[in-house]
Design a protein around this ligand. Sequence first.
Ligand code: SF4
Ligand code: SF4
Length: 195
Amino acid sequence: MFETYVKYLEFLNGKLAKFFESQKPYIFCKKGCAMCCKHSQLPYSLLEVNYLLSGFLKLDKETQKRIENNIIKTLQEKKNYKGDEFLYDCPFLIDNVCSVYEYRGIICRTFGLMMKKTDGKITVPFCCYEGYNYSNVIDLENKKISEKKVKERGFPEEPLGFNVSYEYLTDHEIEHAFQVQFGLKKPLIDWFISN
Ligand code: SF4
Ligand code: SF4
């Protein structure tokens, strides 16, 4: 059922591994740092959520129960929320670790890289401002990478931005090239709203 999608994920993982490797001096991700799984919108397509759930079904009953409780709690919070965009902690994050790591969505795989969109605009990951990725070379005042800091620290190359936007990685060209269909996309938590 997920054959072509798994092939795409293998391709994507290979690409992302190279990107992360090339940015090694600027990356401070470590197990237990799960800020990127919290207070987020987490766009997920139908295909991704089904794959995620296939991973959920492999978990032990106790972990499944904890995830279910997280989902119920988050849905209740969403119901009571009065603002524009509801942000939430991922229900699959258990004790600050992803419980479905191998099955996580595409957005989860790109967390932490500096992004360069098709219009050339570069954005640093939010955790840069929390002392994590790229924080060693950021000019905090101008919110830009500081060439001076890169040189002072003796890094041979400035950090690079990559086109790893969710839209780009799940667009029609990818669907065509890998024979996958992502289907409807919406925030992960919305997939659990019953009609
Ligand atoms: S699926 Fe896993 S990696 Fe993705 S946001 Fe949830 S806990 Fe984090
Ligand atoms: S991307 Fe940032 S927030 Fe996420 S694990 Fe890495 S350092 Fe932590």
